[in-house]
Write a protein that binds this ligand. Structure first.
Ligand SMILES: Cc1ncc(COP(=O)(O)O)c(C=O)c1O
Length: 498
């Protein structure tokens, strides 16, 4: 292309005004030429007019043209050689240049979603039968998070932002903010009988990330993972996505209940919720805990103890952790702030055995690049100043009352063969239904009445799934629990009376 046509083309590009109003002149010239190169209007090797000449012909200052050319040069769109001026660079690999010259060459169009996703991607994001249900309030639209001390939290965050230390704005390099790790270590020692030093605590962005980290660092594709049956969908999904072969182990009234056949399949990982099985709600007995720990140490398995909601035990003392009974460093203990603070805080912790501490710190940094140090610092103060303990006490009262009201309003369902648990802990309640009942249908009937409950069978794996309803009450407004609970009891009674 001769210099005159380039100038004319550039003039018309600049006049067409397809630039934001406040864009400076040098940026417009740069952008017009860049677009010309990307769209192949200006081919590789094309010589551009000198900046002096363009400045004259476009009636722009020479500095404007120099700035535009400098930017194009820095980004590799043009090259300058003494004696031959400025030319459009060859920015595309050979095969693209050849394809470009083919008559019907077209830029490849991305595939539509189903064929684009990898097998791992389909497991993670595709539609599978695994439910991805959060246990939300059983009456949609009546969510109540008012128990969270918003003003206090704002004050603590503001305190951090008033004069943030540089390290608080950086990535979290060392496994998490040390005072938070230390506050968590103290809390776990006292209230969960976890056996640990602060070094063993890592801050993660929640349980989901903790499980992911354990799966990536402790297992390989094709390794076996025991999961509870029924099982928390989030854990199941992460383990599957990491290429583990899931081996479901049934759960009875004493928690995880491995059979002789199960023992013949020694796993690399064992995922379990001993303090409050999710979703059935049972507590693992002392005998089962001993059995599991002995089996894990004999077979070199790692136990992932997900202690997601044990703060909410409404009667009696909190239960001790499985980790606290472990003599052979086989347990990784997983906790979360999703339940005590609010789900969107996305902060949790992972307690790893002493010999894994350094590798996990490195793995966490290299795989996740953690951050949110300001929030971690505010949370450390929240715990250290005693707000965490008083907040838990308050939540126990509120959630305990909500649970009691729900149990009361559902009490009639036992007359038609449903099983209503009496003891209380956690944030959800499971009503057991007879084996021949279609629990999916019952949830549909409940939905027709504006109620959201989940079928237990969707958390099950394989044949002969247990039937029941999972009912989230913790975030449901207290005054709405009784009327909604009664409505649900009517749905259950009607469904079971046929
Ligand atoms: C069994 C179980 N573990 C852990 C969590 C919390 O996960 P996260 O910390 O990733 O929010 C949940 C949330 O619903 C859960 O049900």
């Amino acid at each position: 292309m001769e210099s005159l046509p380039i100038t004319e083309w550039l003039q018309s590009e600049l006049k067409q005004g397809r630039f934001p109003a406040r864009m400076p002149a040098h940026r417009r010239v740069y952008e017009a030429i860049r677009r010309g190169i990307v769209s192949h209007h200006l081919n590789a090797g094309t010589r551009l007019p000198s900046t002096r000449r363009l400045a004259d012909e476009l009636r722009l200052s020479r500095n404007t043209l120099l700035a535009a050319f400098e930017q194009l040069h820095d980004e590799g769109y043009v090259v300058s050689q003494t004696g031959s001026g400025t030319r459009v660079a060859n920015t595309f690999p050979e095969e693209f240049s050849e394809r470009k010259n083919e008559k019907n060459a077209s830029i490849p169009v991305p595939h539509s979603e189903p064929t684009t996703l990898s097998i791992r991607g389909k497991n993670a994001a595709g539609e599978t039968e695994q439910p991805s249900y959060e246990v939300q309030p059983f009456a949609p639209g009546e969510d109540d998070f008012s128990a969270f001390p918003t003003q206090l939290w704002r004050r603590l965050l503001n305190r951090q932002w008033r004069a943030p230390q540089p390290a608080h704005l950086d990535y979290g390099h060392s496994g998490g903010f040390l005072p938070l790790r230390s506050a968590i270590a103290n809390y776990l020692r006292m209230s969960r009988a976890v056996n640990l030093t602060v070094e063993q605590v890592l801050i993660t962005s929640g349980t989901q990330q903790s499980i992911d980290l354990c799966a990536r660092l402790l297992s390989d594709e094709g390794d076996i993972a025991w999961v509870e049956n029924p099982c928390y969908w989030g854990a199941r999904r992460i383990l599957e996505v990491n290429g583990l072969k899931l081996h479901p182990v049934s759960v009875d009234a004493e928690g995880l209940s491995p059979s002789i056949e199960d023992f013949r399949c020694p796993p690399r990982l064992i995922y379990t919720t001993p303090s409050h099985q999710y979703p059935k709600g049972v507590v693992m007995s002392y005998g089962r805990r001993r059995l599991l720990l002995d089996y894990a140490s004999t077979n070199g398995s790692w136990i992932l103890e997900d202690d997601y909601d044990s703060e909410f035990r409404f009667e009696g003392h909190p239960l001790s952790s499985l980790q606290g009974m472990d003599q052979h460093d086989r347990v990784l203990y997983l906790g979360t702030f999703s339940k005590v603070m609010y789900p969107g805080i996305k902060l949790g912790y992972l307690v790893v055995p002493p010999n894994l501490t350094e590798s996990f710190k490195r793995g966490l940094y290299q795989l996740q690049r953690p951050g949110q140090v300001v929030i971690q610092a505010a949370l450390a103060e929240f715990i250290e100043e005693g707000h965490f303990a008083s907040h838990i006490r308050r939540l126990r009262q509120i959630y305990g009352e909500r649970r009691r009201l729900l149990q009361e309003s559902l009490s009639s369902v036992t007359s038609v063969g449903a099983n209503l648990p009496l003891a209380g802990s956690g944030l959800h309640l499971m009503v057991g239904l007879p084996p021949d009942c279609n629990d999916v249908r019952v949830t549909e009937l409940a939905a027709e009445q504006g109620l959201r409950v989940y079928p237990l069978s969707c958390y099950g794996i394989g044949e002969n799934r247990e039937k029941g309803l999972i009912i989230g009450y913790a975030y449901a407004a207290t005054e709405r629990i009784t009327p909604n609970g009664r409505k649900l009891a009517e749905v259950i009674q009607a469904a079971l009376s046929y």
